[in-house]
Ligand binder design. Sequence first.
Ligand SMILES: *Cc1c(COP(=O)(O)O)cnc(C)c1O
Length: 387
Amino acid sequence: MRRVYLDHNATTPVRAEVLEAMLPYFKEKFGNASSVHGFGREAKVALEEAREKVAYLFGAFPQEIFFTSGGTESDNLAIKGAAFANRKKGKHIITSRIEHHAVLESCKFLEKEGFEVAYLPVDSLGMVDPDDLRKALREDTVLVSIMYVNNEVGTIQPIEKLSKIAKEKGAYFHTDAVQAVGKIPIDVRRLEVDMISVSGHKIYGPKGVGALFVRKGVRITPWSHGGHHERSRRAGTENVPAIVGFAKALELINQNMEEENNRLRELTQRFYQKLLDSIPDVILNGDLNHRIPNTLNLSFKGVEGESVILSLDLKGVAVSSGSACTSGTLEPSHVLAAMGVDPAIVQGAIRFSFGKDNTTEDVEYVANLLPEIINRLRSMSPLYAKK
Ligand SMILES: *Cc1c(COP(=O)(O)O)cnc(C)c1O
């Protein structure tokens, strides 16, 4: 059976070149980067070379890159770290309603610790209004955290504008750029943000590794205590093979970004058009134009997203409903709810996220399967009134 993976916003396969780059650090170059002997120095050199590479690719200084276990840890470190380090200045934080759970739950934790959090709304396309941020900022706002690209609908936020507004008021600005890396060129000098979270496994690198960019001079409190790793911001023996793989994956995804973006845009638009032509009542969630090119979030009126996922899975096709963290619990997507999508439409939402190995044949295969699946599910659905 043909297998088609259309869930690249959940995770991606590791590139062969990335695996190749990692292997020596599992084998003969296994040293602990903190050891002073030859084995340790070998690992230390690899670690610092990876840091220089990551820094260079983001236009940052190597001392501004802190390796973590992934996007979740980077978000936690940025938000809790900046909140606690600056609590004498104020205890007010601003974020948005459509953030990843790593951000939302970190904010909820801070609320329990006596911080006050404002959750900015979004419009029907999933965009934060800079004026809403302007109004929400206070003298005691210490941190603003707004994601660069939403993982469910792919909408791109006006980060430059938002960070400028926050900084005029003296608040730090953090962005979760996990879904932006490799789709949008990120240069920290141009963006003027203070902290950026990134992850390895969304860009054809290994799972369990990521980084947090922290601009020089920005104070954060560490959340893991122990040795002096990562300049005392994040204790724990560095995962050298994963860090080497992450740096390699970042280098490779930056190499043909524009070309690959154009290819993905064509693929998703072709796919969307095919579905519009063959299935009635298909609704696009998000913005067709202002999005990363690989992501399409579509609702099929009158069906349950979970049923579509299972039917496609039987045909070897992998997609998801809402975000990977909430599926399985049948919890309706907080992102689509914040966008004001009708709850009945949210139920039938499917996220198709394409990647580097997807072809036009994949588009044809899935687009040909869907009309029959949707028809069958609708014929059994009391929710779908036939016209
Ligand atoms: C996947 C993802 C994360 C979490 O990253 P992990 O490396 O899986 O912990 C955070 N934010 C966004 C937007 C994501 O898509």
